[in-house]
Design a protein around this ligand. Structure first.
Ligand SMILES: Nc1ncnc2c1ncn2[C@@H]1O[C@H](COP(=O)(O)OP(=O)(O)OP(=O)(O)O)[C@@H](O)[C@H]1O
Ligand SMILES: [Mg+2]
Length: 264
C-alpha cells in the first residue's frame, strides 16, 4: 500500500545549517498495517510524514502509494489518498466554518467529480450519523463554528474528517499530544475504532512508548533520520518499554537515562 524506497532528505544542503533529516529510509506497509513510530525529537518522524503526504519532495528516492509512483505528485493531488491529523488541534479544521461545512469540505476532497461541495439533506443525515459515532454530541451542533469547540472535540472532528472518506494512508503525527489525559484516551480509543472499522493503513507517531507498544501491529523506531528498529507483529506482542530501551542501547551503544530521553 505504501512503499518508501531509499528516501533521502537534506535541509539547507551545503550551508553550515545542513541537516540530514532522512537518511536512506526504506519502508513497506501492507494494506491494513497499523505502524506506530517512535523516536526522539528531531529524529525525522514529521519529515517522513511530510514526504509521504507530498508537503516535501525527497532529494533521492521514491514514494509509492497503492502501486503508483507519487514522488513528485503535488500535496493537493495526493490529499485524496491521504488522511492526516496533526498535533495541533487547530491544524486539521477550518475554525471560521461550521462543523457541517468542515465535513462537507472533507467529503468533497475525494469526490470532486461527482458531488458538489454543498450540503444536501441526505448528506446532512450522513454527517449526523458519523458524528454520533464520536459520542460527543457534535451531531446536535452541526451549525456551530469549529473555532468554538474544545481541543479534544476538534481533534475528534479532525480524525473523522481525515478518515471518513477511507484514505489509502492515514498519517497521525502526535495527534493526542496536546490533549489532557482523558481526552487523549478518548481520541486514542476513537483512533483504534476507526482504523479497525475501515482497515486503514496507518502510520502513527507518538512519544508515548506504552501506546506505541499497545497500538497497531508493527512498530518502528527512528533516530538521526534512519529507521533503526523494526518490530513485527509477533515480536510486538512480547515487547516492553524496558525491551525497547535495551534495543536502543544495543543499536546506538548509548545508555538512555530513562524512557523520557526517547519520549522527550
Ligand atoms: N523545513 C525545515 N528546514 C530545515 N530543517 C528542518 C526542516 N524541517 C525539519 N528540519 C530538521 O530536520 C530534523 C528532523 O525534523 P522532524 O521535524 O522530522 O523531527 P521529528 O522526529 O518529527 O521530531 P519531534 O519529535 O520533535 O516532532 C530536525 O533536526 C529539524 O530541525
Ligand atoms: Mg515531529
Amino acid at each position: 500500500m505504501l512503499h518508501l524506497n531509499q528516501i533521502h532528505k537534506i535541509f539547507n544542503e551545503g550551508t553550515p545549517d545542513e541537516k540530514i533529516a532522512i537518511d536512506q529510509v526504506n519502508l513497506t506497509l501492507k494494506p491494513g498495517d497499523f505502524v506506530t513510530v517512535i523516536g526522539s525529537n528531531g529524529a525525522g518522524k514529521s519529515t517522513l510524514m511530510n514526504i509521504i503526504s507530498g508537503v516535501l519532495v525527497p532529494d533521492v528516492g521514491e514514494v509509492q502509494i497503492a502501486g503508483k509512483d507519487v514522488t513528485s505528485m503535488s500535496e493537493f493531488k495526493r490529499s485524496k489518498m491521504i488522511g492526516r491529523v496533526f498535533q495541533d488541534p487547530m491544524a486539521g479544521t477550518a475554525p471560521s466554518m461550521t462543523i457541517e461545512e468542515n465535513l462537507a469540505m472533507a467529503y468533497a476532497r475525494n469526490k470532486t467529480r461527482t458531488l458538489r461541495r454543498g450540503v444536501t439533506k441526505k448528506r446532512k443525515e450522513y454527517f449526523r450519523e458519523v458524528l454520533e459515532t464520536l459520542h460527543l454530541g457534535l451531531e446536535n451542533r452541526l451549525n456551530a463554528k469549529v473555532g468554538l469547540l474544545s481541543g479534544g472535540e476538534r481533534q475528534a472532528l479532525s480524525l473523522l474528517m481525515a478518515t471518513f472518506t477511507e484514505p489509502s494512508i492515514l498519517l497521525l503525527d502526535e495527534h493526542t499530544a496536546a490533549l489532557d489525559p482523558s481526552r487523549a484516551e478518548l481520541i486514542t480509543n476513537l483512533t483504534k475504532e476507526i482504523v479497525a472499522k475501515y482497515q486503514l493503513t496507518t502510520l502513527m507517531v507518538t512519544h508515548n512508548m506504552q501506546q506505541a507498544i499497545d497500538l497497531g501491529n508493527r512498530l518502528i523506531m527512528m533516530d538521526k533520520g534512519q529507521i533503526i528498529l523494526e518490530v513485527n507483529e509477533e515480536q510486538k506482542k512480547q515487547l516492553s518499554i524496558e525491551g525497547l530501551l535495551a534495543e536502543f542501547k544495543r543499536i546506538r551503544g548509548t545508555q538512555m537515562a530513562s524512557d523520557r530521553a526517547i519520549l522527550a
